[in-house]
Design a protein around this ligand. Structure first.
Ligand code: ADP
Length: 316
């Protein structure tokens, strides 16, 4: 038996496919001609800044919002055409969407009953998400992390082959984040399709196999995490001189672009340490530090989505 399933076989493992998906709200284009796939057996990270259209896309997948144009399907079918939706797809769209006075087990029993599932599955999923001891407590008393676990238990009730989780790592402590990561890894390892969204690249970096990167509703990149890193990270050099002003002048005269870091060191993009060292040596500038740095994925993500960020804090 699998670690996450009550039966030897989870629900059908089919992929998700979005084709030219578009949703307009008046003049706002929430999702703009978006095409991507999430395949079985891998964790697909749906990444984009807040307002990029991730939730809207997921809600269209579940038929909660009607697309203006295009389709998003599960194994080639619209959700309303699935033979056995509860066994096919599970979702965590809003962890707070629980009745506050209902206990965790009653919340799950209501779902199990509505979906025609065996009530024994409720105890299994409570155990799976680590909520067995809190089964009788009212969901209204739960922390955000416990609500996330309850939401995931709900998504897993039908033992579905496809799981869609909207910002499942939001508000979790490191232990909770580690737990969800391991769970998603186990579920994908069983051949299931996992699509999860986040606005944080750092979370994706440790969790996703494939990335679908969006900004202002549009596809920015669709690639494996490795491909995305290779294609988008650039080599850079960090250098710190005893006289930053002198080094700045020398670099400018050599036509080398750089940015000044908070500690007065320079980040030089698109050249190597040897070139920077030679420029400094030619001017007799003493260096305190010189070496390659790799742009972080967070930096790449911010750069790629910078022009299409719906909202960002601006320094006054
Ligand atoms: P994300 O999940 O990536 O944060 P959303 O899908 O929630 O993004 O939102 C995408 C865009 O659509 C945002 O600009 C948001 O303000 C807009 N939007 C979402 N829902 C509605 C709605 N019901 N009416 C009008 N605009 C909406």
């Amino acid at each position: 038996m699998s670690p996450t399933s009550s039966s030897a076989r989870p629900g059908p493992t089919v992929g998700i496919r979005s084709e030219n998906l578009t949703k307009k709200y008046g003049s706002t284009v929430a999702v703009d001609d978006l095409s991507f796939t999430a395949e079985p057996g891998v964790i697909t990270g749906f990444l984009g800044p807040n307002g990029a259209g991730k939730s809207t896309t997921m809600r269209m997948l579940f038929g909660l919002i009607k697309p203006t144009a295009g389709t998003i399907t599960i194994g080639g079918r619209d959700i309303t055409d699935l033979d056995d939706p509860a066994r096919t797809i599970g979702a965590l769209l809003d962890a707070r969407a629980v009745h506050p006075h209902r206990s965790a087990s009653d919340h799950l029993l209501a779902f199990a009953y509505a979906a025609g599932l065996d009530r024994r599955r409720v105890d299994e999923v409570l155990d799976l998400v680590g909520l067995s001891d809190a089964a009788g407590r009212r969901a209204g008393e739960f922390s955000l992390g416990m609500n996330q676990r309850l939401g995931i238990a709900t998504a897993l009730l039908g033992d579905p082959g496809v799981l869609v989780l909207d910002e499942p790592l939001n508000g979790l402590d490191p232990e909770g984040i580690r737990w969800i990561r391991t769970l998603m890894r186990d579920l994908a390892g069983e051949g299931r399709t996992i699509l999860f969204s986040s606005h944080l690249m750092s979370e994706m970096e440790l969790t996703a196999d494939n990335l679908v990167v969006v900004g202002q509703g549009r596809l920015i990149a669709e690639a494996t995490l490795d491909e995305f890193v290779r294609a988008n990270t650039t080599q850079a050099v960090a250098v710190r001189a005893q006289s930053p002003a002198g080094l700045g002048l020398a670099l400018r005269e050599a036509g080398v672009a750089f940015s000044t870091q908070p500690d007065s060191s320079f980040l030089v993009v698109g050249t190597d340490s040897s070139t920077v060292g030679k420029i400094a040596a030619a001017e007799g500038i003493a260096l305190e530090r010189l070496g390659p740095v790799r742009e972080s994925l967070e930096d790449v993500f911010l750069r790629l989505t910078h022009d299409v960020t719906d909202f960002e804090g601006r320094a006054a």
